[in-house]
Design a protein around this ligand. Structure first.
Ligand code: NAP
Ligand code: ZN
Length: 368
């Protein structure tokens, strides 16, 4: 089915979404650069379906499968160089948020030959618009299919930076819940936690709108339905709920951005291999507790938790425990991780604004 209430990209949703979108996909170009990770595009069934569709429509393709989790700027650049050398005129990204975000960056580089790697973080009017992009997610978490963000890791792996412009949305997204069935439990949980993090952080943002709050609340309550009984086998209905919710939560953060759990979590992901959504979830308890100090935070969390039928305290505690992560991080390392992210605008994107000392306190409490 075509999704009409998210206007960021042309989105098709459901287990028949790829064939429903076929008439649009065939207009995107004549030779595709297909950007994927190592295995998920094949394991999920997305790549075989896409290759079949392309062949049926006389569209050739070349595949770049060098994307890794938390994609590096260089891998996106390298993918685009392959696409250029092979005469590709559009990009298809199939995989988790890492592959979709890498596809967005590759679409920029493909359309901007001669651009240096770091220019992607400083796009100006002199740059060309990115090449057309089809996004086919195989996780239900980031919502990258419905927003303009592409989170990239600088070469060397110390920091994440976001590429975003008014043109970095996928041209077309195909969200097929069936492609998420093959996700191992660790990633099913982490991606659900990520989508939940987007919902709550977006809901508390001063930039939220009536529509973004509606997206955030509907996705949060559907995800909470699944998370509150976790662990449990996920059936097809759960998978559909999670894919739909991740997409709407992705559209919500397109309006608002995310809150402080996101940058606080980056160091755990890059330095300790904690998957992105699980890393964010560890900080949601602190996000809730500090925001409860303010009147506006209490009002918003009252509405949010009321619609989930859970108290803010219970919600924070459950989110912090679900990842099952036990880490010990020494004070010096914690300070170093904080210094890499403390200037992020996310820290000003909720009613309560943390001080530097409070950032350290949160790390001490969680990882002593
Ligand atoms: P991911 O990093 O794309 O994938 C995690 C792992 O799951 C990979 O090993 C991947 O394998 C595997 N996988 C994915 N789908 C699978 C499937 N259907 N079956 C089996 N294995 C599967 O995970 P993600 O959580 O979706 O994305 C995280 C990235 O997105 C981070 O870099 C994060 O910063 C970013 N992010 C972006 C946004 C945004 O709005 N753009 C929002 C939040 C987070 P392969 O390596 O084989 O592909
Ligand atoms: Zn996230």
């Amino acid at each position: 089915m075509k999704i009409n209430d998210i206007r960021t990209s042309e989105i098709y949703f459901g287990n028949r979404a790829l064939s429903e979108a076929e008439h649009v996909i065939r207009t995107l170009g004549k030779r595709a650069l297909v950007v994927t990770g190592r295995n998920s595009a094949d394991e999920s069934g997305a790549y075989p379906d896409i290759a079949g569709l392309l062949e049926r429509n006389g569209i050739s393709h070349v595949r770049y499968s060098g994307v890794r989790e938390n994609p590096s700027v260089s891998s996106c650049f390298e993918g685009a160089e392959l696409g250029r050398a092979e005469g590709c005129d559009f990009v298809i990204a199939a995989g988790g948020g890492s592959a979709i975000d890498a596809g967005k960056a590759a679409a920029f580089y493909l359309a901007n030959p001669g651009s240096a790697r770091e220019e992607i973080f400083n796009v100006t009017g002199d740059h060309s618009r990115p090449s057309p992009l089809l996004a086919v997610p195989t996780t239900a978490g980031t919502g990258s299919e419905a927003n303009r963000y592409s989170v990239l890791t600088e070469d060397g792996g110390a920091k994440k930076h976001t590429y975003k412009t008014g043109y970095s949305y996928p041209s077309v997204s195909v969200v097929c819940p069936r492609y998420t069935y093959s996700m191992p439990e660790k990633y099913s949980l982490s991606t659900a936690l990520d989508a939940f993090a987007h919902s709550i952080e977006s809901y508390l943002s001063p930039k939220s709108t009536e529509q973004s709050r509606e997206y955030a609340l509907s996705s949060a309550s559907a995800i909470w339905d699944v998370l509150k009984d976790w662990p449990g086998p996920l059936n097809e209905e759960d998978r559909e709920k999670l894919s739909r919710s991740a997409m709407y939560a992705g559209a919500a953060i397109d309006v608002t951005g995310t809150g402080f759990p996101h940058p606080m979590g980056y160091g755990l992901t890059l330095g300790y291999g904690v998957p992105h959504g699980s890393a964010c979830a560890l900080f949601e308890d602190a996000f809730i507790r500090y925001n409860m100090i303010t009147k506006e935070g209490r009002r918003l969390l009252g509405e949010f938790c009321g619609s989930l039928n859970v108290s803010p305290e219970e919600l924070g505690d459950r989110l912090m425990r679900l990842p099952g992560v036990e880490l010990h991080i020494g004070q010096d390392t914690a300070e170093e991780l904080i210094s890499r992210v403390e200037a992020a605008s996310n820290f000003r994107n909720s009613p309560y604004i943390l001080s530097r000392g409070e950032m350290s306190d949160i790390y001490k409490r969680l990882f002593k």
